[in-house]
Design a protein around this ligand. Sequence first.
Ligand code: SF4
Length: 230
Amino acid sequence: MRGLRAELSEIFTSIQGEGILLGVKQLFVRFSKCNLNCYYCDTPKDSKFCRDHVRGKTLRNPIDLEYVEDVAKSVKVHSISWTGGEPLLYADFIRNFEKIHPFYLESNMTLPDEAKKVRNLVDYVAGDFKVRFVLKNVDYEEVFENTVRCFKILRNTRKRLTFCKVVLPSNFPLDEVVQSVYSIKDYVSAVVLQPVFGENVKSLLELQDRLIEICDVRVIPQVHKYLGLR
Ligand code: SF4
C-alpha cells in the first residue's frame, strides 16, 4: 500500500551496539512514539521533525515510506534496524516497505496483534522482556502476558534469529526475572542481560548463574555508548 507515512525521530547508519549481533552495520530507522514509559528511556516520544543523517537533512513529520525506501537503497548495510520508540506501532509501514535489506526488529514486545502483521517479514528480532521496576503507569501483568505472546509469534526459527534482551536497573527482583526468562526460553536463541547504561547493577552475575541452566545467557552492555557512537 503506497501513501503510508510514519513519525520518525531520526534515520542514520551506525553499528548495532546491543545484543548478539553486536557490531554489524545497520541503517537505523527510529520511530518516535511508544506505548510504554520506561524511566531510562532516551528516545523522544514525539517529534515534529526527523533528522536524516544519511542525507544531512531535517524533515517535517510524518515521513513518506518511499522517502525511507530511497534512503535504504543508497546505503550498504547488514540490515535495517526498525527501532524507536516502538516500531510495532508502525507495523503497516514496515510490512509495506520494499525489502531492500534484511529486517531487524527492536521491539518492546507488548503489541501481539501488531507483531502478527510482520511475523513473516522480520529476519532478526531483538525483543525486550521488561522488568517491572522500569515501567511507569502500566498493568504489569498485562505487559507480561503480551510479552510472552509476542515472543511466541516472533519466535526463533530456522529463518529468523530471535533473542531476548532484559535491561536491568541497579536493583531488580531476581526471582521475577528468572520466571520471565523461563516463560520465553523456548522461543529465543539467547537471552542478553543489558545493564542500564551508567548504573551499577547488583546481582548481575548471580542472575546469569541462575539462568545458565535454562538458556544461552550473555551479559552485553550498550557498546555504542562506550564508543561515543549514536
Ligand atoms: S520501550 Fe523503549 S522506547 Fe518505549 S519507553 Fe521503554 S525504552 Fe523508551
